[in-house]
Design a protein around this ligand. Structure first.
Ligand SMILES: Cc1cc2nc3c(=O)[nH]c(=O)nc-3n(C[C@H](O)[C@H](O)[C@H](O)COP(=O)(O)OP(=O)(O)OC[C@H]3O[C@@H](n4cnc5c(N)ncnc54)[C@H](O)[C@@H]3O)c2cc1C
Length: 507
């Protein structure tokens, strides 16, 4: 076989059940145990109906599974111990169709979080924060919306009419206008079998998705895609700057944990696609936290195949297979390697991909879980909602009131001056439950073009890349599952007969 698969008899010691079958074994290493790595491992480990058996090994430098490694337990005001996902792991109906179908197939429970929102901004001159809008969402427009305490009634009514008008206008535009250069809409979900044929059936599709003949470097030409930015899209449709900044940019910069400038320059298709698909749909969270997803996704893997606290240091090519060298100088041999880490780490591990990821940018995002209610002092107590957004000169701070007395603040900002040890007296050190820093890939033109290039290189020399950023859309969990699906289809394509149906677990 082309991918250097070993036979089961050579590995019969791994499992007596395996030894009884005549399936070929294809060994796959997955580096990174975020959702992209976990989903890739799960899809392959459960693909067992084709005469090929995938033996998947997971590696993570973290001592816990990456998807849940920063989550914590804290005690609320009633003395109840609460498990908290860090960072937040919410997903919206309509947009996150792959994640929802994966979670459903795993039997995981999730529920409508019914978030309500407050919008505030820091006034440059006075340094005071001003709350300009409250939004009830699915929690109830009247119960959770309403007039911000410090806003005059007349002003509020005027704002309400203006916001309603532009919101309806924006919703109509988003429903009917497709931004230039965006291909987010190609991420439409189709039944796996049809997708399999669509992707690999035609020569054109093969070139585009790059999972066939990918070792043939000459078949791939690089061209940069021209993209209409969100700012250009808004200008084209004459949407006023105040609406764009105060609502659309504010929400998406909080979601993407980046500053306004990055969102304004991001592909308009990302935002419009999200808006179109998630309109009127609930925002879900897992009822039993990320732990439930980790347990279900790792269940098909033997424990000895999960290597935690083991950083992969290098990948060495040996003919048609790969040797992985870990930080402990252990060597493991595989047919395929899936790199499910941030682009910067991928480029370190596999130097040929360095030019692809050269223009990809990421930022560091701080998430603090704490019990200090002073963090919301900029709000009147009546104006506190589930998610409290504050626009500052550096970006958007978001404080999620998780349980009575427990807060999760993302990108905490200093108010009036230096952040210091306690964020300008807003979060006392002794009230901090956990403080984590995440690397978040930014959805810039550099990333869009890198993803296009990487897609064409997928599977070249049996190296594959998955991640929340490795698709055409906002850098969110849906991208993890979308890229994991594509990578697994590609590996199966190389290792199996084309027409083999995908296993039920994926449907
Ligand atoms: C503050 C914040 C809030 C967010 N909120 C949401 C949200 O509500 N909804 C949503 O959809 N998305 C959200 N996201 C985005 C989403 O959480 C991430 O995009 C996603 O989790 C990334 O998953 P991943 O599998 O691509 O990578 P990661 O989760 O980053 O996993 C990569 C793993 O690779 C490991 N690794 C790296 N190098 C090596 C090596 N050499 N050897 C071994 N292991 C290695 C790392 O330890 C890590 O565990 C949020 C992100 C942030 C930062």
């Amino acid at each position: 076989m082309s991918d250097g698969a070993s036979t089961i008899s050579a590995e019969s010691s791994e499992s007596s059940q395996d030894a009884m079958t005549s399936a070929r074994v294809v060994k796959v290493a997955v580096v990174g145990t975020g959702l992209a790595g976990l989903a890739s491992a799960y899809y392959l480990a459960t693909a067992r109906n084709s005469g090929v058996q995938y033996k998947v090994h997971l590696f993570d430098e973290n001592s816990n599974i990456g998807f849940d490694s920063s989550s914590v337990t804290a005690t609320d005001l009633d003395g109840i111990s609460r498990r908290i996902d860090v960072p937040m792991r919410s997903f919206a109906g309509g947009y996150y169709r792959r994640i929802i179908s994966l979670y459903k197939s795993l039997g995981l429970e999730f529920h409508d979080a019914k978030f309500s929102y407050s919008f505030s901004e820091m006034e440059e001159e006075s340094g005071d924060a001003k709350t300009y809008f409250l939004y009830g969402g699915r929690a109830g427009a009247f119960r959770q919306g309403g007039r911000p305490s410090r806003q005059a009634s007349l002003r509020w009514m005027w704002d309400l009419v203006a916001v309603a008008f532009w919101y309806i206008y924006f919703t109509i535009i988003a429903a009917f206008s497709t931004p230039k250069g965006g291909v987010s809409f190609e991420n439409e979900i189709t039944p796996p079998q049809a997708r399999h044929q669509k992707r690999f059936g035609s020569e054109e599709a093969q070139k585009k998705y790059g999972t066939l003949n990918t070792d043939d470097e000459s078949s791939v030409e690089d061209d940069n895609r021209e993209i209409e930015s969100l700012q250009e899209f808004f200008r084209r449709w004459h949407i006023p700057a105040w609406f764009m900044h105060r609502f659309v940019v504010m929400l998406f910069s909080a979601m993407s944990t980046c500053n306004s400038e990055t969102i304004l320059n991001a592909p308009a298709a990302d935002v419009i696609d999200y808006k179109r698909k998630s309109f009127g749909k609930p925002h879900y969270v897992l009822s039993h936290n990320s732990r439930s997803a980790v347990a279900a996704l790792t269940a098909p893997l033997p424990k000895e195949n999960i290597h935690l606290g083991v950083a992969v240091k290098a990948m060495l090519s040996e003919g048609t297979s790969w040797t992985i060298r870990t930080v402990e100088d252990d060597y493991h041999h595989f047919s395929h390697v899936i790199l499910a880490t941030a682009p910067s780490r991928i480029a370190e591990l596999h130097r040929p991909l360095l030019p692809v990821f050269r223009h990809v940018k990421a930022n560091s995002v701080r998430v603090v879980v704490h019990t200090d209610d002073r963090v919301l002092n900029f709000l009147e107590s009546n104006d506190i909602r589930d998610l409290n957004l504050l626009k500052t000169s550096t970006g958007t701070e978001a404080t999620h009131v998780l349980f009575p007395g427990i807060y999760q603040t993302t990108s905490p900002a200093p108010i009036n001056g230096d952040c210091g040890e306690d964020y300008g007296g807003r979060i006392a050190k002794d009230k901090v439950v956990s403080e984590s820093v995440f690397e978040r890939v930014l959805r810039t033109n550099g990333l869009v073009n890198a993803v296009d290039k990487m897609r064409r290189r997928q599977g070249r020399h049996n190296v594959w890349v998955a991640g929340s950023w490795m698709w055409d859309g906002l850098v969110l969990l849906e991208g993890c599952v979308a890229s994991a699906e594509a990578v697994c289809e590609g590996i199966r394509q190389k290792s199996e007969d084309l027409r083999v149906p995908l296993p039920k677990g994926i449907v």
